[in-house]
Design a protein around this ligand. Structure first.
Ligand SMILES: Cc1cc2nc3c(=O)[nH]c(=O)nc-3n(C[C@H](O)[C@H](O)[C@H](O)COP(=O)(O)OP(=O)(O)OC[C@H]3O[C@@H](n4cnc5c(N)ncnc54)[C@H](O)[C@@H]3O)c2cc1C
Length: 414
């Protein structure tokens, strides 16, 4: 028996699911989110980029976030062997937000979920989607499990925003080869009692250990700091299989942050995630769409995850609203092609980061201001702005510029 009928069922109350739910509710649809965990729940992905602010604003979720006093993020710093490259979003090319936040996601996602509930979205927590059936008569029927009790919900459309749960990707066998190289990660949080005051203690920093290995420092306004390593599988094999021991063994590799963290306890046992990059063969069907990480994830290096999750959640919600209102929707053009345009730009930057070309550019000590502003706009997430040559010609520009910098360096060295 069906427990409840709604217009739209959404799997997952992460940023992709709540942005989609909020938009749909505002536009008059009945929405139910089914969320596996009890909130607040920990999740990784704490450094945002400015583009997501547009999405939260349009979904009606920015005001509640602005009240939370999260650490403001105005840019990012990259370090390799003591050489620094600093990006300030206020200097980026083109329009758009020039700041965002660095957020403890348990708190942040809970604020978003509570705001959705306040606005009439129904959320079923601690309830796992186990199966989805599609039929012409009932459209979508979802079977859930809560406290060992199975229940069924029916919707006219379903948005899978289940992140790494990848509910539909698994059920419909949609897994595809990722677009970027496969890396793993290990991360935790600490009570940052040695944090320096001022900007030094607030700036998100990426400390490059090797071309394909880096450390992140993401300080929060609550006094905790997120720390983590990303690298190739082979690098992780050098360390203990026990994640606490491994993290302790890795810490001296970040020369800048080792003194700050060497004596601190971890807030929780470090978590290891293998093979971060994900992709699917199909992003939509007649009555469903995959958004956020349930569809695709590239790499954490430029903190693009939440921005893509909210961009896709919002766009999917808009198209879903049109379809439910009886309009014809071209999901390929309106959703997949648009999202892939942005993903392609970012995947070039991720690939070129790991070839070392982008590191060369970011750490160049005498950058041309105009070029730096254009790259900064990409790092802020404005990857659909074709007026930016570093968006329009992303594949050519990065290797070309890196080549020029290297040849300039070798000329001066000789
Ligand atoms: C190591 C690492 C570092 C990262 N760093 C960053 C970063 O700095 N910045 C950034 O923007 N992104 C980062 N990301 C990516 C970021 O975590 C994700 O892009 C973002 O959380 C995706 O949002 P989402 O809403 O798609 O999914 P999620 O936030 O994962 O939410 C999905 C929700 O679905 C629920 N769910 C799953 N399965 C089911 C089920 N069967 N039934 C019901 N509910 C279900 C989950 O409990 C969860 O609450 C990082 C990722 C990794 C792996």
């Amino acid at each position: 028996m069906i427990k409840e009928h709604v217009d739209v069922l959404i799997i997952g109350a992460g940023p992709s699911g709540t942005v989609a739910a909020s938009y749909l509710k505002k536009h008059g649809f009945s929405v139910k989110i089914i969320e596996k965990e009890n909130f607040p729940r920990y999740t990784v992905g704490e450094s945002l980029i400015p583009r997501c602010m547009d999405n939260f604003e349009e979904a009606g979720l920015l005001t509640c976030l602005k009240k939370q006093n999260y650490q403001v993020k105005i840019g990012a710093r990259f370090i390799r062997n003591g050489v620094e490259g600093n990006f300030d979003f206020s200097e980026k090319f083109g329009e758009g937000w020039d700041w965002t936040w660095q957020v403890p996601r348990d708190h942040f996602d809970n604020v978003l979920a509570e705001e959705c509930q306040k606005n009439g979205v129904s959320i079923e927590f601690a309830t796992k989607v186990e199966n989805i059936e599609f039929s012409a008569s009932e459209k979508v029927v979802v079977t859930t499990l809560k406290n060992n009790i199975k229940e069924k919900y029916q919707g006219r459309f379903i948005i899978d925003a289940s992140g790494p749960g990848r509910v539909l990707a698994k059920q419909l066998n949609l897994e595809a080869a990722p677009k970027t190289a496969i890396h793993s990660s290990i991360f935790t949080q600490v009570k940052d009692s040695n944090r320096p005051t001022g900007k030094e203690g607030e700036l998100i920093t990426f400390d490059i250990i090797e071309n394909e290995v880096w450390f992140w420092y993401i300080p929060f306004s609550n006094g905790n700091t997120s720390i983590g390593f990303v690298g190739k599988k082979e690098w992780f094999q050098k360390f203990s299989p026990n994640t606490s021991e491994a993290f302790t063994q890795m810490l001296p590799d970040t020369k800048k942050y080792y003194p700050q963290f060497k004596d601190l306890d971890f807030n929780f046992e470090p978590i290891k995630v293998n093979n971060i990059a994900k992709n699917v063969t199909k992003f939509y069907g007649d009555d469903f769409v995959l958004t956020g990480n349930s569809a695709e994830f590239l790499d954490p290096v430029f903190s693009s995850g939440v921005s893509f999750a909210t961009e896709s959640g919002l766009l999917a919600a808009k198209l879903c609203a049109k379809q439910l209102n009886g309009e014809k929707v071209d999901w390929q053009k309106g959703y997949v092609d648009y999202m892939q345009e942005g993903v392609e730009v970012f995947s070039t930057y991720v690939k070129e980061w790991y070839t070392g070309n982008l590191q060369e550019i970011i750490l160049h000590q005498k950058p041309t201001p105009e070029i730096k502003q254009q790259i900064c706009a990409v790092l802020a997430g404005y990857v659909w702005n074709k007026n930016n040559p570093f968006v329009r010609n992303h594949k050519k520009m990065i290797p070309l510029l890196a080549k020029l910098i290297k040849s300039e360096k070798s000329t001066f060295a000789n």
